[in-house]
Structure formats: C-alpha cells, structure tokens
Design a protein around this ligand. Structure first.
Ligand code: PEP
Ligand code: MG
Length: 926
C-alpha cells in the first residue's frame, strides 16, 4: 500500500489519533483527538511529517506530485463538511496553514492565516458576513502574513505602510482603522509586494495553498528552528506536519475573540484558577504581538493582574474585563473543556481557542511548556489528585530541568533583550551577572568591597581558587567540560561558561575582544551557565523557590531508584550542602583542593620544591661511602628538614579537614583520594609567589626558579601525577593516610575509604596499599582504636580497565574516573579538546561532548568490561563512578544498567542524579 500523507479530521471524526504524534505532529495528533472527543474543532486535514521529510529530500515538486491526489480529496471533503467552496463564493472556504512537529517548538516555524482570500472571495465574504471591515482586516492580515512567510518580505515592509495610513488618519490602534483606511492599507501592501518581490500578490487560492504549505515545510530548516532543536537537544524527528484547517475568525466583531490559556500556571504550577489571556475582535498573532493589552480569562486572574498593574477595579471592569465577565456562557464552556482535556491528557495543557460570533472553537491543545518549579508542582499535584501514578509523577520531571531549581536563573524578558557576545560551553549551570575582572586577586578584592564580578581567565588553575570562590561567575576562553574551571565551578554550584574560543583575553591591557566588541575591566557581563551564552551588560536574575513538592518528588525518586547517589566534595561545607541535597556519602574527595585553603599552599610548595632534591640525594647516599657520604648527608639535611617540616605542617591541617568532613557526613561513607594532580599546578609560576617562597625557605630567587623549572613537564596530564607521586614520595602517602586515619579515630562512626588514583598496573596499587595498611596499623596502635578503612582505586587509565580482574585482587572498590578514562581512552586532552569537540559534535562524529555525556559505545565498553572483570575476581566489589558523568542523566542511566552501586557527582547535581536514577529504574521496568 502506498503511504498515506494526508489525514482528515472534523465532523466528529478523525483519520488520525493522539497516538500518531510522530506522523501528525503534536498539533495534528491532538486536533484529531479533540475532534474525536467531540470538542468544537474547526475541520481540516494534516499533511504528515513524513511529507516534510520527503520535501527536504526529494524537493518541493516531487513531493507535491506525490501528495496532490490526497490534497485534492481532503480539500473536497473539507468543502463538503463545511459547505463552503475554496476560492469561490457564495461561501468561500478560507483556511489556516499551520506548522506542528512531534515536539512543540513554539514560534519557531511558520503559519499563514486567512488563506484563500483574493479580490473575488473578498467580495463574496462581504456579501456573506455583511461586515466589510472584518473582511478587509482579514485581507490585509493575509497579504502581510503571506508576504512575510511565503514571499520572504520583511515585517517592516508592511509596518511602514500601515503606519503611513495611521499617521495620515491620526489613528493609533489597528482596531481604529475603518473600511476605507483598510482598503488603502491593502492597496499599499499590494504595491509594496510588487515592488520588493517583483511579483504580483498571488490571487489563485490553489497557488496560495501550495506555496503556503511549502513555506511551512521549508520553515522546518530555518535557522531559528535548527538552533531551537540544537539548544533543546531535539533529534530524530521527521519534520513538521502542516495543518490546513477551516479559518474561524476572532476578528469578526465584538462578539468574537481569540486567546491562549494554560490549565495550570506554567510558571509556578499553581492550580488556583484558569490561567490565560484573550483579546476581543482579534486574531491569534495579536495576542503575542503585544500591541494591545490582553485581558485575563477568569475574574480571579483579572483581579490579580489588575493589582499587579495598579489598575483600579472600576477601570479593570470597564477596560479590561475577563472573559468570565464578557462572555460568561462561552467561558463556562471553555472551563469545562479545560477540565476535560486535563483529565484526558493527564497533564497541564496549553490551549488555543477562538470565539467567532459567540461560538467557541478549539484550535490547539498540547502539554504546556513549564518552568522546573511548575513541572515539579504539577507532577506532584497530578499524583495527589489521582490522575497519574507515583512513577509517572517521577517521569514527568526532567532531571536536567532541576538545574533551574537549584541555581539562580535569568529573568526571561531581561535575557531576550541582552546582547549576546558569544556562546561557550555550558560548563556549570545558573546565571551570573557582574563586572569583569581578569585575576583571582581582583575578584577577591571586589568581593571584599561587596561588588559582584565575573572572573575572566584564559583558563583557571588551582591558584585561582580564592577568586573563583569570590566571583559570581567564571568565563574561560579555553578548556572543556572537565577543565579545572568547569569541575571546580560545578563543585561550588557556581555559574561557569568555559571554552569560549571566540574570546581573546589580554591580561596586560585588561580587556578581552570578541569579534568587533572590546570588553574592558569593570564592564558588566552576564553568563548563562546552562546555555553557554555570554551577554554584554547586566541581565536580571531570580532565585527559584524550592517548595514542598520538590521534596515529595525527590522522595518518590528515592523510592524507585536502585542505584546510590554520592557526591564529589572536598570540604565540610560542600559535604553539608550535598547531604542536604540527598547525597548518601562522598564518592570523591579530591584532597588537593584543600591545599589551596588559607596559607597552607606555602607548605605544599615547600614540600614539592624540596621533594625531588631529597629523593635524589637519598639515592646518592645509598651508594656513597665515607667522606662523600658524610658530605651528601650534610647536603640533604636542610632540604630534608624542610621536607619533613612541610609534611608536619600539612598533617594537622589535613587531619582537621577530614575530621570536619567526617563530622558533616555523620556516618556516611567517604572516599578520600590520595594526591592526584601534576605537581606543577601547585607551584608559584609568577615572580611574586617565587619571591615569597624564596624568603620563606631561605633560598635565592634563582634557586626557586630553577626548582620550578626543573619540575616542568611537557605533558603533565600524563606525567608525574596520581599514584606515581605516592610511589616517588611515599612520605606524602603516609602523611595523607595518617591524617585520614587519625581523623577517623576521632570521629565516631566515620567510614573512610582510601582511594589510589591513576592506577594502571596492579603493582602500583600493591605498593601504595602496603604504605596505607602499615600507616593505619600505626595509628591503630597509637590510638588504641580499630579503624575500619576500605582500600580501593580509581579506574581511569585504560590499562586499569583492561586488567581490572588483577586489580580487583587488591582493590575493595573501584571508582570509575571517567574524565581521565575519556581523556586517555579517546585520546582527547581534557584541557584542549574544547577547541575542536564542538566541530565533532556538529558533524555527528560524537553525538555529544564525551566529557559531558559518557561515550557509551567506546569508553562505556571499557567501564562495562572492568565491571565484569572486577566482579569476577571479587563478587562483592563496590563499584561507583566519580567522573563528571556521574551527574549526567543519560550517563546515570548507563551506570544503572551496567549495575554500578552508586554514582557520585557535584553537590548541586545530586538531586538530578537521584531523579535520573529513578527514571532509569522505572524505564528499565518497562
Ligand atoms: C576522573 O578522572 O574522572 C576523576 C574523577 O578525577 P579528576 O577529574 O580529578 O582527574
Ligand atoms: Mg582523574
């Protein structure tokens, strides 16, 4: 059987149904459904999304040849149902031609109304309606819309003509224009069409219809629709459907109106009254155009609106009455439909309606777009009202949407007006606005003065931590989704846009450039960390409110999820925040982040600067004898004492940190990772820092410089880092383990887990484990307390994944470090890949940035292999993930499906992970 491209609806019957959303688009499927339910839907037909797909691949001519017989049939059926004739009197059939994809993309694609009008049908319409003004108003609207949407003319081509007539006649509103004025407008419109497009306005209705349908299909691939799909990650749709429907007129007089409504408040989710707006004597586009002030549907809503606008009750009643007041019978009918539709679709609906001469018509219903706050409340309310099940309520809230609830967001109206400078990576969600500063010190100084700043850096390093904490948002020109800036900002719950490659920062002159724009120190900048947008100037922000519904939905999520959720946190404060968000422990405590607190960095630097020298001299002493040995021993004395001194300085500080964290966790487990990053990250690279170190250590500046230079590595991410540090400097491992064990001994019920980073060979783990076990024994002997510590490793080097069976002999747990595993598995530098990964994603080489969404078919296989191999050796091995993917919903689902015990993510993503885990579990049941 050949494909069916056209589906008719109307007269109480429908060829389509709600289940055919992919084929008929949301609008078409629901029009069919509403018609079937017996609701007042103007009859019409839907040309399928498959036809759009053919339009895009075969081209217009071939598609039209393919669908012409079906269009002719549908049009004839429409004429028969409506008792009107397309393109002719005495009762001309006029139609609307609207887009509608399977996923709603409000305002992104095109629509043409009043199609079928020409000089001849206009006369027939006047004779029929006896309302010349209405017909002329419809005609001028049609020319304008068709000219704009189909013929590619600009809005202002028409607006200028309209204004000419208004100013010549001294009229202000469109509704003030009389028949003669409108005739003049139509004349001017036709002239401008000819002048700009070079052709006469088409008068043949069939030509109008084909061109109208082509324009709607074509609008599927207009730049704004493509952008919208990209931003909202809408994929694998066939295209837009086209809905051709009998025109009903909200502009046929004062007993007519048009409006949009939501069955519940789309901003807050409240269900106090019917939320919506309408305009008397108007067509749909007038409601959104903002020229006239729309009125509220209900009296209650109208009163709330009036209070917010400072409009008195008298003025409200006379100038802005509600539909409930102006057309009570129609209102009651609409209110009943609201109830029916909500019960039918079991979700908040977004409705479009038109009232023509006192008769109500439904033009659309769809699940309404809503804020995260509304999504949570509506899901919870629908469940308590018994309309949906608990599991459905959980599935109704998109995990990613929760970001909006946990961070400040931009006020929409303010954001759309802002000037976009560039778009970087959406590294850490939320919204931030502040004055530009270029150094961490400047950010800290600004905070002390009470100023809000955006820290702009080429990239950040651990040295910037104070400034990152002090600023309201972070912008970097380099670095991907797992760059230092991104990881730290997410941990702090701070807005960050990273890898904004178009930006060129000049620290010397204190400015950055993007294209032609120059942004100087102190200028206002705003960042949207959820989209990556960078705006010039101030954009207003709001703090979203968390209500009881949030807690209830999260409780339901916990009831259904099967995987644990921990957090990546390095301080008692972060641990507390995470526990409040529902974290069940710490899955990754990066000990090095603590090294930048206060002035302890000096001790760390001292340790690093002398460690290598001590190691070298010790080696030489081992093979030396006599005088030479004595000389070497004398030589090592100072650096050795500084080495030991630094370790002794750090021990109590680390112990204090861990004590604080264990207390904050109150008996929840805590995976503490031993020192991991390349040492150069801690070194003073600027003269000021080097001078300080020289003074502190009694060395010359030249010596400090020499030491810093000697620690330079060409590829530090693959260099001296992770367990390699502990192997070279066992005393550092000893110190850290001692601090952990002593803290554990002092905090009743603490559950430390010591994790060795960057293991690729089981012998690395064996060697570190020996030190760990011995140190714990020492502390046990000293304190007289049994310290229960699990010892495990990160799996983040591909060799570790492949040899996981051997590693599991030594490890009681694995935590998948998918940041490094992605870096080393894909061979993409974490710090540099931001530059080109965008192109990769655009070209579909990787579906998503693999640092943000786990590359399941590649890196995921390594993880799965290691899970199976690890479990084979040690069936009860504990398995988790602590890479950034632990907070990404799709990756969480993968982790659930391969049977990990927990995911771990930054504190602000804990609720997202909890909800994503519940989604995964519920979907797996289906
Ligand atoms: C990882 O590599 O995934 C990880 C969690 O460690 P880090 O990001 O600190 O290298
Ligand atoms: Mg790592």
């Amino acid at each position: 059987m050949s494909k069916k491209y056209v589906y008719f609806f109307g007269g109480g019957q429908s060829e389509g149904s709600a289940s055919l959303k992919n084929l008929l688009g949301g609008k078409g499927a629901n029009l069919a459904d509403m018609a079937e339910l017996g609701l007042p839907v103007p009859p019409g037909f839907t040309v399928t999304t498959e036809a759009c797909s053919e339009y895009c691949t075969l081209g217009k001519e071939s598609l039209f040849e393919l669908i012409k017989p079906e269009i002719d049939d549908a049009l004839a059926r429409l004429e028969e149902t409506t008792n009107k004739t397309f393109g002719k009197g005495p009762k001309p059939l006029l139609v609307s031609v609207r887009s509608g994809a399977a996923v709603s993309m409000p305002g992104m694609m095109d629509t043409v109304l009043n199609l079928g009008l020409n000089d001849e049908t206009v006369e027939a319409m006047i004779a029929l309606t006896n309302n010349e003004r209405f017909v002329m108003d419809s005609y001028r609207r049609f020319i304008q819309m068709f000219g704009n949407v189909v013929m590619g003319m600009e809005h202002h081509d028409f607006e200028t003509q309209l204004e000419k007539v208004k100013s010549a006649t001294g009229k202000v509103l469109d509704t003030d224009l009389d028949v003669d004025d409108l005739k003049e407008v139509i004349k001017l419109y036709k002239a401008v069409v000819k002048e700009v497009s070079g052709e006469d306005f088409p008068t043949d209705p069939m030509e109008q219809l084909w061109r109208g349908m082509a324009a709607v299909f074509g609008s599927w691939n207009n730049p704004r629709a493509i952008k919208y799909r990209q931003i909202n990650d809408i994929r694998s749709l066939w295209g837009t459907a086209v809905n051709v429907q009998l025109m009903v007129f909200g502009n046929s007089g004062d007993n007519s109106a048009t409006g949009v409504a939501f069955t519940r408040d789309p901003s807050t989710g409240a269900n106090e009254y019917f939320y919506g707006e309408y305009l008397i004597n108007a067509q749909g586009e007038d409601v959104v155009a903002g020229i006239r002030t729309p009125q509220q549907i209900t009296m209650a809503g109208s009163r709330v609106w009036a209070a917010s606008q400072g409009v008195s009750e008298d003025v409200r009643v006379s100038e802005y009455p509600s539909l409930e007041e102006t057309m009570p019978v129609v209102f009651a009918e609409l209110d009943a439909i609201r109830d029916k539709l909500e019960k039918h679709y079991k979700d908040m609906q977004d409705l479009e309606f038109t009232i023509e001469d006192g008769t109500l018509y439904m033009l659309q219903t769809r699940n309404g777009k809503r804020t995260a706050q509304a999504a949570v409340k509506i899901a919870y309310d629908l469940e308590t009202e018994g309309l949906i099940s608990e599991k459905e309520a959980v599935l109704r809230v998109e995990p990613k949407q929760l970001d909006q609830l946990l961070h400040p967001v931009f006020v929409k109206e303010s954001e759309v007006k802002a000037k976009t400078l560039t778009v970087g990576l959406p590294a850490s969600p939320g919204a931030a606005t502040g004055q530009v500063v270029f150094s961490a010190d400047a950010a800290e100084a600004a905070k002390a003065e009470g100023r809000s700043v955006i820290l702009c850096r080429v990239e950040t390093s651990p040295e910037d931590i104070g400034g990152m904490d002090a600023c309201s948002g972070i912008l970097t020109a380099r670095g991907g989704m797992t760059s230092h800036a991104a990881v730290v900002a997410r941990g702090m719950g701070k807005c960050c846009v990273s890898g904004a490659g178009d930006i060129s920062i000049d620290y010397k002159t204190g400015q950055f450039t993007v294209g032609d724009s120059v942004v100087k120190d102190g200028e206002w900048l705003s960042l949207n960390g959820s989209t990556g947008a960078v705006y010039l100037g101030k954009v207003d922000t709001v703090d979203p409110a968390l209500d009881g519904a949030f807690g209830s939905i999260m409780e339901l999520a916990d009831k259904y999820r099967k995987i644990g959720v921990r957090t990546n946190a390095d301080s008692p404060k972060d641990a507390e925040v995470a526990v409040k968000f529902g974290a069940e422990g710490i899955g990754l405590c990066r000990t090095e982040h603590m090294f930048f607190e206060g002035d302890r960095i000096t001790s760390v630097r001292k340790l690093i600067l002398v460690a290598e020298e001590v190691k070298e001299l010790r080696k030489q002493i081992l093979y030396a004898e006599g005088k030479e040995k004595a000389a070497l021993e004398a030589k090592v004395a100072i650096p050795l004492s500084q080495y030991n001194e630094a370790l002794a300085e750090l021990l109590p500080l680390q112990r204090e940190d861990f004590t604080g964290i264990f207390k904050a966790l109150d008996g929840l487990p805590c995976t503490v990772r031993l020192l991991d990053p390349p040492l150069h990250e801690f070194l003073p690279h600027e003269v000021k820092g080097q001078e300080e170190m020289a003074k502190d250590m009694g060395l010359t500046l030249a010596k400090v410089r020499h030491l810093v230079d000697s620690l330079h590595e060409f590829n530090p991410m693959l260099g001296h880092r992770g367990c390699r540090l502990g192997i070279t400097y066992p005393e550092v491992t000893q110190m850290q383990v001692r601090a952990i064990a002593e803290a554990a001994a002092s905090v009743e019920g603490s559950k430390p887990e010591i994790m060795v980073p960057l293991v690729g060979n089981v012998k690395e783990l064996e060697s570190q484990k020996e030190i760990i076990v011995a140190t714990i024994k020492e502390v046990e002997a000293e304190t007289g307390k049994k310290i229960d510590v699990k010892i495990g490793t990160m799996i983040e080097v591909p060799r570790a994944a492949i040899t996981a069976d051997e590693i599991a002999e030594e490890a009681e747990f694995f935590s998948f470090g998918t940041n490094d595993l992605t870096q080393m598995g894909c061979g993409f530098s974490r710090d540099d890949a931001g530059k080109f990964l965008g192109d990769y994603v655009e070209k579909g080489i990787y579906e998503y940035d693999p640092f943000a969404v786990l590359d399941q078919s590649g890196i995921g296989k390594l993880v799965k292999y290691a899970v199976d191999a690890g479990r084979k050796t040690r069936p009860n091995i504990k398995l988790g993930i602590c890479g950034e993917h632990g907070g990404d919903p799709a990756s969480v689902e993968f982790c659930c499906n391969i049977g990990l015990d927990y995911v771990s993510c930054s504190p602000y993503r804990v609720p997202i992970a909890r909800l994503a885990a519940a989604h995964a579990a519920i979907k797996a049941e289906k």
